[in-house]
Design a protein around this ligand. Sequence first.
Ligand code: MF3
Ligand code: CO
Length: 266
Amino acid sequence: MMYCKTEEQIDKMRASARLVSHTLAHIAAELRPGITTRSIDQHIATIIRDHAAIPSFLHYHGYPFHSCISVNDVVVHGFPSDRELQEKDVVSIDIGVILEGWHGDHAYTFVLGDPGPQTMQLIRITKESLYKGIEKCIAGNRVGDVSFAIQEHTEKKHGYGVVRELVGHGLGTSLHEDPQVPNYGKRGIGPKLKEGLVLAIEPMINLGKKEVFTDSDGWTVRTKDGSVSAHFEHDVCVRKNTAEILSDYAPIEEAERKNPNLFTAS
Ligand code: MF3
Ligand code: CO
């Protein structure tokens, strides 16, 4: 079942998405070698609760933390731990909140120190592919148009591995609603996008091959070949002529630029 949202509901979802953006911006400012991913998770929990919101990942199908922090070959669903971040780590941070009953869920990949041109290109292209997909989130298009745009930019153009096992999704009063939005597929197929539909678009792209496996902890998804992986996610409202991005990377990118420990592509 796909649920189209009213303008009032979209306003609430925008607030929820922006709380995630705001939280990611706070975290971006404090990232440095030596910080543990557990302390980042604790800070995320504090920020979310200070805004009278609920961290939606905690206890979701038994997930034991407030955020997913996925380092290097971890694609998604990385557990925060006592591991200290190191120079050149590629760190994807994914956060979900519920604010007044509505979900926000988005992610950003940061780099501590220069990991080299190949990895930086992966990160830049993955982020670009997110916007290529978002451009297709207009009423009348089909899910396959979004999927195709992402796959075209990453796999076909650059030979990266597009993860098949995990997909983007509808978002609303539940974290995962219909439709599923794969990052691979054919133009013109799949469910038709309607005005007011809110989608979490989230390319998960590997520098090497597309194959992944889940660790013995039951959650941590890693690349099979050990290559680095990037993940960017935005919450997007389907509109008539242009998609509206409800989340906001601007404060995150500003914090990223200002933090001398973080390496940026541009
Ligand atoms: N952004 C991810 C998703 O949409 C994170 C969910 S993981 C869990 O599926 F922690 F909530 F389980
Ligand atoms: Co998501």
